[in-house]
Design a protein around this ligand. Sequence first.
Ligand SMILES: Cc1cc2nc3c(=O)[nH]c(=O)nc-3n(C[C@H](O)[C@H](O)[C@H](O)COP(=O)(O)OP(=O)(O)OC[C@H]3O[C@@H](n4cnc5c(N)ncnc54)[C@H](O)[C@@H]3O)c2cc1C
Length: 449
Amino acid sequence: MSQHATPPPRAQPHVVIVGAGFGGLEAARTLRHAPVDVTLLDRRNHHLFQPLLYQVATAALSPGDIAWPIRGIFRNQRNVTVLLAEAAGVDPTARRVLLGGAGAGIPYDMLVLATGATHGYFGNEHWAGHAPGLKTIEDATELRRRLLLAFERAELTDDPAARARLLTFAVIGGGPTGVEMAGAIVELARHTLRGEFRRIDTRAARVLLIEAGPRVLSTMPPELSETARRSLAGMGVEVLTGSPVTDVGPDGVMLGDRAVPAATILWAAGVRASPAAAWLGAEADRAGRVVVGPDLALPGHPEIFVIGDTAAAKDGKGRPVPGIAPAAKQMGRFVGGVIAARAAGRAPPKAFAYRHHGDLATIGRRSAVVELGRLRLTGLLGWLFWSVAHVFYLIGARSRIVVSVNWVWNYLTLQRGARLITRGSPADAAPPGRHADARVLEPAGDCRR
Ligand SMILES: Cc1cc2nc3c(=O)[nH]c(=O)nc-3n(C[C@H](O)[C@H](O)[C@H](O)COP(=O)(O)OP(=O)(O)OC[C@H]3O[C@@H](n4cnc5c(N)ncnc54)[C@H](O)[C@@H]3O)c2cc1C
């Protein structure tokens, strides 16, 4: 990256965007015709459609169906330079994004920080190894591995207690991701894998959805939460509301003084913003998000914008903007507009006004709850709306076709096309901690089949 230490003089303002997620991508696209040079920096080479990540984790879709190379997306936008690099800090005085190491970093005239969020364990970060979250492709394939391996290991063991533990899946957090994961896991167990094992009945698997609050999908109206709870229960998910998790370990989870043995645990309960606030020495809210002004700029730094899941922004009416993809995109579009206006010598728009279109969550492969203002859809109708909305937002015709075909196929046949256990052998790919006992690996004939 040393070439950035002494950059050539630029005829146009240089805009650096860190993060090519929903917010950063939209900001860069909005600057398509602006008289600026854009450098778009991401530590990954792909843009990820996180709303469908749970489908990779549950073997319904492959990673390439929901992720696209950032370079490819900007192939035809000549004012964007894409860099694969990880930001390690910002020097607001020198106006540089620091990349770690000895380099001087990347200079900017205007900076957009769109580095998103990651899992938050409310101070219990040591739970992460036992209860991984879902944020990246690697997280999804790791979860897929753990899920599928649990069934394989249950097939191998003769110990009823170990088998029961291996066939118990605990999803912590009753928000949309938790609801979607629980629904997909129970379908995997009861339909997709049914009849494929000889020693276990996969339908005996227990899927627990554990929520500390009184209801699942707490941002939705209570009636839709209840619809979702009933749908999940009808599918076989045990919904445990009002059950704060007090500990997570290799053997399972603790709900107060009740121990729930579970070999596969998924964390979908909390998020924490990227460390942008620390980079900037800026005020942050409890989730670590940078408190920004009405124009999404850092107070005192009109040249630095923070957007998406990294920003604690208010909508036009003073309410917090939610950490969802449409909000990140709207912020990216707004900031792109501000920068374009400034670069062109026009008066920029003054304040960001968030428009909430609705909330959706899918429950299994043919049901969803949807709230669009006063319109509410549930069941198959909700699922059809959810499907069309998600396919529409995928990038490129190939992904839209592949994902649609996969869903239709899954709907008709209950099959999932991406049931791959990748990375390592059964022995080294064991779920963390004490799972099946040593005997599980002994019948080598079975094991290597
Ligand atoms: C499993 C899951 C399911 C979700 N489902 C939905 C849903 O159904 N509907 C919905 O609206 N929202 C959903 N969300 C939320 C939505 O994905 C986020 O609100 C949205 O992605 C936020 O966009 P962003 O641009 O702020 O961050 P992101 O999209 O997370 O992008 C951040 C980018 O910054 C990059 N980055 C981070 N740190 C650095 C660094 N130091 N240097 C360089 N690059 C860096 C990352 O690689 C990433 O590309 C879901 C999120 C998850 C995790």
